[in-house]
Design a protein around this ligand. Structure first.
Ligand code: 5AD
Ligand code: SF4
Length: 441
């Protein structure tokens, strides 16, 4: 074996959970002597951490695999692995369609990645997408020094909601929450390494029900315990379902200053008829009242959401109900997607909306959201906000950080360091970021 470390290139698709998983896979491979590279051309192993949520994301994996063919031809011992939700959903099928793939590892099995790579050295082509009985988090190596002041921490995985359009309950499986003590220990370690902001991750994170020292804990109680960690300054969580916003969690937003005033709470549609067809189990009115209660607890709460345009059966009237809901809530930001039929989901067999109609509706939703986003950014001008600085900006003497409301903020300042949390007066709003001046401590 040569002394030069082997190089691993990871491409991450999809959500923040995949970003977290990619980091943990890099750490697991680090124990086997692999270091990360941004350049697939110099890699000894390429790992695609995939997303199955919409057809486009899933198909992109196959075209990207095709693009790796010349690399494999140039370097026949290059290992190619597929991880994440496409791996989970399609397993062996990936090997059949793309014989250049050496291993396929599902989202719950990546603690086994190093031994699977060893198996490829013996000429095997392992596929592991079973839901295991052991907990991967118990078996992964400890997280190494973080260079960043922000970190993700997975507290919950899977989803039991079965929205009619969504593959997550099938790819990520049933809801499982990590025990409280493990989460607190991981958070404490992150903080001891310089992390000042933690985003708690889960496909249905506010459905968190973890084993605590005195019985079952919900997310509100977990947040309050995390807030007691000295040196941890900010807590966020994503993604939530409206029906799991408990009174205790809402109250925590009012009582816990470390819990940031930004909440991603997808509603998907503003039409009760469509919400029912989507199996969302709440009405538009219930969502609006819920946001009112959240804003009563935390008046400056910035709301964010996901919307789907062109769900099967959606009429013009249903679409207008979505636009009405967006106007009623006033989002600081939001994401919208054209409906994509996913194999195996309840909505897959239903007759869809014509593609051009769905496109037009999507554009209308996006235009309205962009307008609200711009207005929200403009309204920040003149306000004082907390900013957690992350790194120097592109311009001389410039620093970049995130505001309490998750806006990117630029300032010109001396003597800042990653992890500095300062008050900033916002002086200007651009399309993608805000500019400001440091206020005296
Ligand atoms: N088609 C379009 N968008 C979808 N999403 C989930 N499944 C689909 C689908 N089949 C969107 C939802 C979800 C976000 C992560 O992706 O809005 O909240
Ligand atoms: Fe998918 Fe979210 Fe619905 Fe769960 S709650 S099925 S993850 S859209």
């Amino acid at each position: 074996m040569s002394d030069t470390p082997k190089k691993l290139h990871i491409k991450t698709y999809g959500c923040q959970m995949n970003v977290y998983d990619s980091e943990r896979m890099a750490e697991a491979m680090g124990t086997k002597g692999y270091v990360l590279t941004d350049d697939p051309a110099e890699a000894d192993m390429v790992l695609l951490n995939t997303c199955h949520i919409r057809e486009k994301a899933a198909e992109k994996v196959y075209s990207d695999l095709g693009r790796l063919r010349p690399f494999k031809e140039a370097k026949p011992d290059l290992k190619i692995g597929v991880a994440g939700c496409v791996a989970q959903a399609e397993g062996e099928e990936i090997m059949r369609r793309m014989p250049l793939v050496d291993l396929v590892v599902g989202s719950q099995n990546y603690h086994r990645l190093p031994e699977m790579v060893a198996a490829t050295d013996r000429g095997e082509k392992p596929v592991d997408t079973e839901f295991p009985t052991e907990d991967k988090f118990d078996l992964l190596p400890e997280r190494p020094l973080s260079a960043r002041p922000t970190a993700f921490l997975t507290v919950q995985e899977g989803c039991d909601k079965f929205c009619a359009f969504c593959v997550v309950p099938y790819t990520r499986g049933a809801e499982i929450s990590r025990p409280v003590s493990r989460i607190l220990t991981e958070a404490q370690k992150l903080v001891s390494k310089g992390v000042r902001e933690i985003t708690l991750l889960g496909q249905n994170v506010n459905g968190y029900h973890g084993e605590g020292p005195d019985g079952d804990w919900g997310l509100g109680k977990l947040v309050r315990a995390l807030a007691r960690i000295d040196g941890l300054e900010r807590i966020r969580y994503t993604t939530s379902h409206p029906n799991d916003m408990t009174e205790d969690l809402i109250a925590a937003h009012g009582e816990e200053p470390k819990l940031m005033p930004y909440l991603h709470l997808p509603v998907q549609s503003g039409s009760d008829r469509i919400l029912k067809l989507m199996n969302r189990k709440h009405t538009a009115e219930e969502y609006i009242r819920l946001v009112e209660r959240i804003r009563a607890a935390r008046p400056d709460m910035m709301m964010s959401s996901d919307f789907i345009a062109g769900f099967p059966g959606e009429s013009d009237e249903d679409h207008r109900a979505s636009l009405d809901l967006i106007r009623e809530i006033g989002y600081g930001m939001a994401f919208s997607f054209k409906y994509s039929s996913r194999p195996g989901t309840p909505a897959a067999g239903r007759e869809g909306v014509p593609s051009d109609v769905a496109d037009a509706r999507l554009q209308e939703i996006q235009a309205l959201i962009t307008e609200q986003q711009r207005a929200t950014q403009q309204a920040m001008v003149g306000r004082d906000v907390g900013v957690l600085f992350e790194k120097p900006g592109r311009l001389e003497g410039q620093w970049v950080g995130k505001s309490d409301y998750l806006h990117a903020v630029h300032v010109k300042a001396e003597g800042l360091a990653p992890g500095a949390l300062r008050r900033v007066r916002i002086t200007a709003a651009g399309p993608n970021s805000l500019a400001g001046e440091l206020l005296a401590d």
